[in-house]
Design a protein around this ligand. Structure first.
Ligand SMILES: Cc1cc2nc3c(=O)[nH]c(=O)nc-3n(C[C@H](O)[C@H](O)[C@H](O)COP(=O)(O)OP(=O)(O)OC[C@H]3O[C@@H](n4cnc5c(N)ncnc54)[C@H](O)[C@@H]3O)c2cc1C
Length: 247
């Protein structure tokens, strides 16, 4: 199999001066919603590539990733500058276990994302399987400032389509914003505010929590869940939360 697939940029939509949704065509095979793929560029004769969650569902094209420009990083500054028609490299295989088929049966599915880690959940929410398997799905999307709450229209569309089953909780940590929780996800779990807002508890009896994003958030939320008798899910030892760290 070829080491890299040739991709072509379809659109590079800048939400602001740091956040972007990059859409591209590449002959990538079937993937599972929630998985990631390595995307790269040839820079000064070397290929620099990083993993990115796919935001599109497996049935949609073009492929789409959502990322923020890390000024000191080698890949994201040039990736951010790509324009329609530009080339990029895409790994031939997808990977990752933050997928619905890996999650044991339970009543409520919580999805917790910090920043750009909303991507895999958007892909999962576009597929029918998640709505068939869980009674309630709660999406918690934590960002620092309101302008970082990207994909509001896509999330609204999910909420309209699954009014009874879906609950969306935006959290904005560095601004007071009406209609959002203005605290970290850890504080909102610790002080009970999150569960009060959603109207149900997070419990080993009826919940599974998927977390994606910064290692700090994942570490801190894991500690809170463990204090409730929940433990990390492994294939050989089914548990109550699943994680994917971006950095
Ligand atoms: C499985 C997996 C999936 C990922 N999916 C995504 C994704 O969908 N979207 C996305 O934005 N990133 C994602 N990342 C991170 C991504 O692979 C890159 O590390 C990131 O885009 C920065 O690339 P870079 O080459 O510019 O800098 P790097 O050399 O990779 O990182 C430079 C610095 O930036 C920090 N950093 C890395 N990612 C982020 C981030 N997202 N926000 C803030 N700081 C960061 C790192 O801790 C490091 O100190 C994922 C990482 C993993 C392991």
């Amino acid at each position: 199999m070829a080491k890299w697939l040739n991709g072509t940029v379809v659109e590079n939509y800048h939400w602001n001066e740091r956040l972007t949704s990059l859409k591209f065509d590449a002959p990538l095979g079937r993937f599972k919603a929630g998985q990631f793929v390595r995307v790269g560029l040839e820079i000064d004769g070397d290929i620099i590539a990083r993993p990115y969650s796919l935001v599109n569902s497996p049935d949609e094209s073009p492929l789409e990733i959502y990322f923020n420009m890390v000024s000191e990083g080698p890949l994201t500054p040039p990736l951010f500058q790509l324009q329609k028609g530009d080339d990029l490299l895409v790994a031939p295989n997808t990977a990752g276990f933050l997928t619905i088929n890996e999650i044991p049966d339970t009543r409520d599915l919580w999805m917790v994302a910090t920043g750009t880690a909303i991507g895999p959940f958007l892909s999962i929410l576009k597929e029918s399987e998640v709505w068939e398997r869980f009674e309630r799905i709660i999406l918690c999307y934590s960002v620092r400032a309101k302008e970082e709450l990207a994909y509001a229209e896509s999330i609204d569309a999910v909420a309209r389509q699954h009014e009874e089953q879906f609950c969306f909780v935006p959290l904005v940590t560095r601004e007071q914003v009406t209609g959002t929780l203005n605290m970290r996800i850890t504080a909102a779990i610790a002080n009970g505010e999150l569960e009060r807002k959603v109207g149900t508890s997070i419990s080993a009896d009826h919940s599974h929590v998927m977390m994606c994003g910064s290692s700090d958030m994942i570490k801190d939320v894991s500690v809170l869940l463990e204090s409730r008798g929940m433990h990390k899910h492994r294939r050989r030892e089914p548990g109550h939360f699943s994680t994917e760290k971006y950095y």
